[in-house]
Design a protein around this ligand. Structure first.
Ligand code: NAP
Length: 486
C-alpha cells in the first residue's frame, strides 16, 4: 500500500487517469482501499483482474467484488469489470452514482476477425457499459489494421488496442483512431500487460498529447526495431518543426503484406533497415536512379499514393566526406579512395563517391564479394592481406570491425595510416573507434560514423517534409544516447 501511494503520486504527474490495479498489490485489505483512492489527484479506474483474464488476483470472487465496491464507494470514477461476470454484478455497479463502468474483454493469443470484433463489441455494449474495452494480441503487425478500422466504426466510447511488441503502434495511435484511452506503464519494468510503453516514452518520444485524427504517420520498417534510435530522432524533428505527424517502429516479418496492408493508412514515408533494404525494391512504384545501381533502399517517400525508393546512406556519406574535404578547400574529384568492406554500407558509399569522380578501390575479407562490387562499380579491388601496402588519400571503413562490443579491433594495420590521409569510419557505436584513434595519433584527418548516421536520417526528413532537420540537436541526441550505452 505504501508503494502504491508513491506510485499514485508519480502517475498523477504523467497521466490523465490512473488505473489502480488492485490485483498487483500484495495482501491488499479492503480497509486500505479508501486510503489509496483518497490519495488520487486524477480520476481513477479501479481494476482487480482475475487470473482467468490475465490478471494476478487469485482470491475469492466475493473478496474481489468487495475490493471493487470499496473502491467505487471511496470515489473511484471508473470500475473495470470483465465481460464474463454475472450480469447482476454489472447491474450492481451500474446503480452506483458517480461510477462509470468499463466492461472488458481480453484475448492474449490473437486479434479476432472483423466480424467477431463487432460481435464482441455488441455484446459488451449491450450490458449497459459506459465504456467498452477490447484488448487483443497482435501476432502480425497487420493485426493492428483490424483494430483501427473497427474503432472507426463504433459509436459507444471504446478502448481497443493490440498487446505485444507488434501491437505497440495501436497504443501510440489510440488518439488517431478514437480509442477512449491508452494505457502506459509508470516506468520501464512496471508494465501490467505485454507491449506496454512507459508513460514517459509515450509522451516524450512519441509526442502522444499531440496525436489526433489528422496526424500523419511515418515509420521505420525493419526487424528488429526495438532498439532503433529512429523514433527518437524523427519524432524530435517532427515536434521541433511543429508538424502534426508521428514516426513509429514497424517490426515487419512479411514485407509484401505489410506494404499492401498499410496503404490504407496512407503512411507518408518509411525508413527501411535490415533485413528489408533489398527486398523492398520490388514492392515500390518507382526508384531513384542511384538506388538502381546500389541495389538497396533505406528511404521511401509517398508521393500522391506512389511509393518512391531512395538511398540516403549513400548521399549522407558523400556529404560527410565532401564537408570534411572542403575544410581544406579540397574535393572528391580524382581522389584515391579505399573502401574496406563490400556489404550494404560499402555499396551505398562506393556508388555515391563514384558519382563524384573518386577513384575507388574495394578491399574485403571475402574476396569474391570485393570482386562483384568492383565489377559493378567498374573499379579495382584488392585482397584483405594487401592492406599493408595501402596507398590512398581517403580510407573508409564499411565493415563492422571495431563496432561495440569488439572495440579493440581495427580493420587495417595502424602503420598504414599516414599524415594528411582522410579516415572515415562508418561504425558509429562507439563514435570514436580504435581506427579513428590510431588515425588521429598519426596525423590523419578523421570523420566518425555519427555524422553519417544523423545525416541519413536528416535527409530522410527533408525528402518527406521538404524541411531541413535540426542537425546539431540530432547529433547531440545520438552522441548522448551512445555515451549511455558504452
Ligand atoms: P553488411 O552488409 O553485413 O556487411 C558487413 C561487412 O563487414 C562485409 O564486408 C563483411 O565482410 C565485413 N566484416 C564483418 N566482420 C568482419 C571481420 N571480422 N573481418 C573482416 N571483415 C568483416 O553490413 P553493412 O550494412 O554494410 O554495415 C557495415 C558497418 O557499417 C556496420 O558497422 C554498420 O553499423 C555501419 N553502418 C553505418 C551507417 C551510418 O549511418 N553510420 C549506415 C550503415 C551501416 P565479408 O563480406 O567478408 O563478410
Amino acid at each position: 500500500t505504501e508503494e502504491a501511494l508513491q506510485d499514485i503520486n508519480t502517475a498523477s504527474e504523467l497521466a490523465d487517469l490512473i488505473e489502480l490495479r488492485l490485483d498487483y498489490i500484495n495482501n491488499i485489505k479492503v480497509s486500505d482501499i479508501e486510503t489509496l483512492i483518497k490519495a488520487k489527484a486524477r480520476p481513477v479506474i479501479a481494476t482487480c483482474r482475475p487470473k482467468r483474464e490475465g490478471g494476478r488476483f487469485t482470491g475469492s470472487e466475493d473478496k474481489r467484488v468487495a475490493l471493487l465496491e470499496r473502491a467505487t464507494d471511496s470515489g473511484a470514477e471508473y470500475v473495470d469489470i470483465e465481460h464474463d461476470v454475472e450480469r447482476s454484478l454489472i447491474n450492481k455497479f451500474r446503480k452506483k452514482a458517480g461510477t462509470k463502468i468499463i466492461v472488458s474483454y481480453h484475448n492474449f493469443s490473437e486479434t479476432p476477425a472483423d466480424a467477431e470484433l463487432k460481435e464482441i463489441h455488441q455484446k459488451l455494449a449491450g450490458t449497459g457499459a459506459d465504456v467498452v474495452k477490447i484488448v487483443a494480441f497482435a501476432r502480425n503487425i497487420t493485426d493492428n489494421l483490424r483494430i483501427f478500422s473497427f474503432l472507426e466504426g463504433v459509436r459507444t466510447p471504446t478502448i481497443a488496442f493490440c498487446m505485444g511488441e507488434l501491437g505497440q503502434i495501436s497504443r501510440i495511435l489510440a488518439p488517431k483512431y478514437g480509442s477512449f484511452l491508452s494505457f502506459a506503464s509508470l516506468e520501464k519494468g512496471k508494465e501490467s500487460a505485454p507491449g506496454q510503453l512507459s508513460a514517459k516514452e509515450l509522451l516524450n518520444v512519441y509526442n502522444f498529447r499531440r496525436i489526433n485524427r489528422a496526424t500523419d504517420i511515418y515509420g521505420l520498417i525493419g526487424n528488429p526495431v526495438a532498439h532503433s534510435m529512429g523514433p527518437l530522432l524523427h519524432n524530435t524533428c517532427l515536434r521541433e518543426e511543429g508538424l502534426n505527424a508521428v514516426y513509429l517502429p514497424f517490426k515487419v516479418e512479411d514485407l509484401p503484406s505489410f506494404i499492401n496492408g498499410f496503404k490504407t493508412l496512407n503512411v507518408r514515408g518509411y525508413s527501411v533497415t535490415i533485413p528489408h533494404k533489398v527486398t523492398i525494391m520490388g514492392l515500390l512504384d518507382k526508384l531513384d536512379p542511384l538506388v538502381e545501381s546500389i541495389g538497396a533502399v533505406n528511404t521511401v517517400v509517398n508521393r500522391d499514393g506512389k511509393l518512391v525508393g531512395y538511398n540516403t546512406d549513400s548521399t549522407a556519406a558523400v556529404k560527410v566526406i565532401e564537408d570534411g574535404l572542403a575544410k581544406d578547400g579540397d574535393t572528391l574529384h580524382g581522389k584515391k579512395v579505399t573502401i574496406v568492406g563490400a556489404g550494404g554500407a560499402a555499396r551505398a558509399v562506393a556508388f555515391g563517391l563514384k558519382q563524384k569522380g573518386a577513384g575507388i578501390t574495394i578491399v574485403n575479407r571475402t574476396e569474391s564479394r570485393a570482386e562483384t562490387l568492383a565489377g559493378d562499380l567498374k573499379c579495382q579491388y584488392k585482397k584483405f592481406g594487401e592492406l599493408d601496402k595501402l596507398n590512398t588519400a581517403i580510407l573508409i571503413n564499411c565493415t563492422s570491425i571495431g563496432m561495440h562490443p569488439n572495440i579493440d579491433d581495427i580493420p587495417v594495420p595502424a602503420n598504414v595510416l599516414r599524415p594528411g590521409m582522410l579516415v572515415f569510419d562508418a561504425v558509429y557505436n562507439p563514435p570514436e573507434t580504435r581506427l579513428l584513434r590510431e588515425a588521429a595519433v598519426r596525423g590523419c584527418r578523421t570523420l566518425d560514423g555519427v555524422k553519417m548516421f544523423v545525416l541519413q536520417a536528416a535527409q530522410q526528413f527533408e525528402l518527406w517534409t521538404g524541411r531541413p532537420a535540426p542537425l546539431e540537436h540530432l547529433e547531440r541526441i545520438v552522441r548522448t544516447k551512445l555515451a549511455g550505452t558504452q
